[in-house]
Write a protein of this length. Structure first.
Length: 332
């Protein structure tokens, strides 16, 4: 009998081990568990599983009472591995214990597999990350490279997406990765609604800096918040770096430096992200033509919009619209 009880829903298995970080387990349940369709029906079923059902210790004084064993992995369409305290124990080149290796071998070849923080170490040991560009927590990057020098590690990003295999840097970036997967499955509108309900930013690009040395100030004290707010309201005007710097009465050089300090990315990259997000929203929620969407989102021309959408999403605007709206409209 299946451990999943809701036929037709996307099955997500959160695979925990002793010493797990409970916040990372909760992130997956919270984000995927909040996803609803237009009729307020859930779109995912999320289960927690372990090597053996029962009590699983965490890195705090909390424990988890896990109802499911590794059999849940065999039925999952998405498997997520949060970090565990044992990941930090330096045991170079030790193979996975047989029980853990056998459990991970249950994951179907079609299932999406993701790690949060040092969960990447387990996926690497099991061979899931071979040939992939991956990330893990920046504090563990040196150790990861020493153990798995053949794997392409990028410790400076929030998350990576290799298609079937995804990795997140740690804790909060698990939220970003979850939203990214939800956005991939159901579109920007659904992911944005989950973000609003969870009171988190709707989209932080995976390439954003993992570690920003100067803490991001609150909006009232931010040196670039007014410029960002203005740019979001005026994407159709195609705001430039000079326009944004002028809004803060700064030189372009000073504004660029402060912007990077506060967001972890360049103004140009940030603007491109906002334009693409706006275009996705309009493709999902409106019947506007591609020319009108290109104008509203700040791409200027339909050709530019098509190029950016295809480069980022791998599909044309019309294919994206059909996927997330189910409309048989003509090519846009």
């Amino acid at each position: 009998m299946s451990v999943f009880t809701r036929p037709g829903l996307h099955r997500v298995a959160v695979f925990v081990r002793h010493g797990v970080l409970p916040i990372e387990t909760g992130i997956v349940h919270r984000m995927f568990g909040r996803v609803r369709d237009a009729d307020d029906q859930p779109l995912y079923e999320v289960l927690t599983c372990a090597l053996e059902p029962g009590v699983v210790t965490t890195d705090t004084d909390l424990t988890l009472n896990v109802r499911h064993g590794p059999e849940a992995l065999a039925e999952a369409q998405t498997v997520v591995l949060p970090a565990a305290e044992e990941d930090y124990v330096e045991r170079p080149h030790d193979p996975l214990v047989p029980e853990l290796a056998a459990a991970l071998a249950r994951i179907p070849g079609h299932a999406r597999v993701a790690s949060i923080c040092t969960g990447a170490f387990v996926l690497a040991a099991a061979g899931f990350l071979d040939g992939c560009r991956v990330t893990t927590h920046w504090l563990s990057a040196g150790y990861f490279r020493a153990m798995y020098p053949h794997i392409d590690l990028d410790p400076d990003v929030l998350y990576t997406d290799n298609g079937r295999v995804l990795t997140a840097a740690g804790v909060a970036s698990g939220i970003d990765l979850s939203l990214h997967m939800i956005r991939t499955d159901h579109g920007a509108s659904v992911a944005n609604e989950v973000a609003r309900n969870t009171v988190v930013p709707p989209h932080r690009d995976g390439g954003q800096a993992q570690y920003i040395r100067r803490p991001v100030p609150d909006p009232e004290r931010s040196a670039t918040a007014r410029a960002r707010s203005w740019a979001l309201d005026h994407l159709h005007l195609r705001p430039s770096l000079a326009d944004m710097a002028e809004r803060e009465a700064m030189s372009v050089r000073t504004f660029t430096r402060r912007f990077r300090e506060e967001t972890g990315m360049s103004p140009g990259r940030w603007i491109n992200e906002q334009k693409l997000d706006r275009a996705r929203q309009l493709l999902e929620e409106s019947d506007l033509s591609v020319d009108r969407i290109a104008h509203e989102a700040g791409f200027g021309t339909a050709v530019s919009l098509r190029q950016h959408v295809h480069a980022e999403l791998g599909v044309s605007p019309s294919a994206y619209r059909r996927t997330f709206r189910g409309t048989p409209d003509a090519e846009v």
